[in-house]
Design a protein around this ligand. Structure first.
Ligand SMILES: Cc1cc2nc3c(=O)[nH]c(=O)nc-3n(C[C@H](O)[C@H](O)[C@H](O)COP(=O)(O)OP(=O)(O)OC[C@H]3O[C@@H](n4cnc5c(N)ncnc54)[C@H](O)[C@@H]3O)c2cc1C
Length: 390
């Protein structure tokens, strides 16, 4: 049993940390205030190879030099500086690239992957709808085959990377028929940006993740060629559920980056800020809170990298799913607690946007919601124990 990352992964971590501190650090407070999505930084992330960490070399990816664990390291390091960039990478790979890589035809991969892997373009995946979130199988969006084209009608909501100036497509789940037992047949359809009838509505005004791009999407007789079906007809929902397991570990990695930032910010602040003639770090009331952060950091990181290692080792699906849900629920809830503690340690300054802890506090809450809420994770963990929970 080895609890350390390989030396080359630690070196990769330093490279991404350096990139994040230089390219993001000086600007994120301003971009966050302006809700600005800087596409040129996405291109730079692509040049660094971050979007290709799980893709084969033939599409420009890292091939055997990359891994799911290396993607988690990159997400953690971006997230340590700014959560929006971490989720842009997480969604770009997990929701944009991976479904095409896993389920796409050779033609679909050749057409879409080289630009996505290079970070020249981004893709989204639309599952969530106004009436279908945790219960994603309740999708109402429809796609009907009309001769050689799918005609898509409906709407999606909260879709990441779906409306940027470099978004090339959004894959959506849609009802494509009814099964003999009366349940919906759900398939995944790739809808390129610019398809008439497909509109990314104005971006949401969110509590956090201000730099990340999130839109509601509408489809009104949006027509795409029949070969834009992704994977097997009727397997769209199952395919998407498979991609969610990876996403959960990636969101756990994003949470680890946030807790790491809280530990570092609180430690240095507690050494420099004085009250009653001493640094506040000399008070047990403060120091013990920071010690708790360190405990959460180590536990969250171990759970996250264990789950990532199971994925890379090709562990049985049930073992990986269980580890992914455990990592997600623990790391995300710890991140929310960590940002609350960090804000407390900073006192009134923690409430001011002048310090990054305020942004981190706003950014943390969504971690417990996206890629399956904490309640959904607990439901899955309980089912894994054999409990008949609904
Ligand atoms: C910023 C952001 C980005 C997102 N990006 C994407 C994206 O790119 N693609 C995409 O498809 N979706 C995306 N989502 C959607 C996200 O995955 C959903 O919001 C999430 O799955 C929860 O669904 P919901 O919002 O409909 O909440 P609901 O499902 O309505 O849940 C409401 C509450 O009920 C609880 N609940 C529901 N069912 C159960 C149950 N069976 N047992 C116990 N409790 C339950 C939930 O845990 C929650 O607390 C994004 C969301 C946000 C906010």
């Amino acid at each position: 049993m080895n609890f350390e990352l390989a030396p080359e992964l630690e070196e990769f971590r330093r490279t991404v940390r350096d990139f994040a501190e230089k390219e993001l650090g000086p600007h994120v407070a301003q971009w966050d205030k302006e809700h600005h999505f800087p596409v040129e930084v996405v291109h730079k992330m692509g040049e660094l190879g971050l979007f290709g960490l799980t893709s084969p070399e033939e599409y420009g990816g890292a091939g055997e030099h990359g891994s799911f664990t290396s993607l988690c390291v990159a997400i953690e390091e971006l997230g340590r500086v700014d959560q929006s960039f971490g989720v842009t990478l997480q969604a770009g790979v997990g929701l944009g690239i991976n479904p095409i890589l896993t389920f796409g035809t050779a033609e679909q991969k050749e057409r879409w992957l080289p630009d996505l892997v290079a970070g020249r373009t981004l893709a989204g995946f639309g599952l969530t709808e106004p009436g279908a979130g945790s219960d994603a199988g309740a999708t109402r969006t429809r796609a009907e085959l009309d001769g050689t084209e799918w005609v898509v009608n409906g709407s999606k909501q909260f879709i990441t990377n779906s409306g940027t100036s470099i978004t090339s497509l959004v894959t959506v789940t849609a009802r494509t028929g009814t099964r003999p037992n009366g349940t919906a047949e759900i398939s995944a359809i790739m809808v390129p940006a610019g398809t008439p009838g497909f509109v990314a509505e104005p971006a949401y005004d969110k509590l956090g993740w201000h730099i990340s791009d999130t839109h509601p999407l509408s489809y009104t007789d949006a027509r795409v060629p029949a070969d834009h079906l992704l994977g097997e007809r009727g397997r769209g929902y199952a395919q998407f559920l498979a991609t969610l397991d990876d996403g959960r570990v990636a969101i756990a990695a994003l949470s680890v980056g946030l807790i790491q930032a809280c530990v570092e910010l609180c430690t240095s602040y507690a050494l420099e800020r004085t009250s009653f003639g001493k640094p506040i770090g000399a008070k047990q009331g403060v120091a013990f809170q920071i010690a708790d952060l360190e405990v959460m950091l180590h536990a969250a990181r171990l759970l996250t990298y264990r789950a990532a290692a199971l994925k890379d080792a090709g562990a049985p699906a049930d073992a990986f799913k269980h580890a992914a849900s455990i990592a997600k629920v623990y790391a995300t809830e710890s991140a929310v607690t960590a940002t609350r503690i960090a804000t407390q340690v900073f006192g009134g300054y923690g409430f001011m946007e002048e310090y990054p802890v305020a942004r981190f506090y706003r950014d943390a809450k969504i971690l417990e919601i996206g890629e399956g809420t904490s309640e959904v994770q607990r439901m899955l963990i309980a089912r894994g124990l054999g409990l008949p929970v609904e």
